[in-house]
Unconditional design. Sequence first.
Length: 353
Amino acid sequence: MSDTTPARTSDVPTPERAVALPGTTAAPTLFENPGLPPHPHRMADVDPRAAKRAERQVAAMFTLSMLATLVFLVSYFAVSMDQAVYVPFIGAVRLQHLLLGLGLGFGLFFIGVGAIHWAKTLMPDEEVVEERHQLRSSDQTREAAVETLQEGAESSGIARRPLIKATLGGALGLFGLPFIVALRDLGPLPGDRLSHTMWKAGMRLVSDPELAPIKASDVTVGSVFHVMPEGIDKVEDILEQRAKAAVLLMRLNPNDIKSAKERDWGYEGIVAYSKICTHVGCPVGLYEQQTHHLLCPCHQSTFDVTEDAKVIFGPAHRPLPQLAITVNDEGYLVARQPFQEAVGPSFPERGHR
Ligand code: FES
């Protein structure tokens, strides 16, 4: 038997194996490889008449396939396109289309069934074991490959011709640059666009979509407002500005706020955070009043509003940026400054506003 010939199960030795029982430090116990269970022979393997019967069954399937294909061919040429027939549950269909479909379908079906029956009843039926061959090449093959490479380098003369070596290196190095330069055509970096939103110091917070200014006294503990900067309806690129400037406004009990910076950037427990998820930018719209968690519906990132909206679950990598707020003379909530970092996905992490 050659190296690549699969061994029959009866040829395979059944070595003894040594294993330690789980949870014990006892010496390994030897046990015998049980091998495969006894192979049950099929009727066609032991009875020539059964084999002949199976052969006739397979031939019958293939014959049915031929008949079905003939139905297809005859209907294609001989059946008029104008003839219709009523099929229950479907309605009126063209007779030719029906026969073409049935002929083709049964032609394929009987070939498949015949082949399966043939394989199951008449083709060789023995389990075989094929040992995996080693993937590593032999030492000679590896040495020969290294030698070939060295010969190639030597015959090219590159070691003796430094000028060619240097210019080839330069040419190959420069060749990659056009592909990098072409990346500019993909447009401005998202980081640049997300670094600037409409928010400015003194700009009033207005409810979305009513665009009504919000007084601090309107925001009760547990309530949430979807907020835009005042004047959002007057800008030209309204869609882009709305997408970047969206903010969620919530009032917490000041004692629940754990971060001094968050308390300082808020107003009497009212805090404002960017609504754009720092994962890939979905709107974070679900606020759990009991836990003070903000949830992003896209990939379930969860932010803790009591602690700088830090990420406590999910794929987002950084907290939601906070918008510092205060109130003006009339008691309306206003931004104290623009966002101090880029809103949205994490990749543009630089100093931003
Ligand atoms: S965009 Fe929010 S978790 Fe993915």
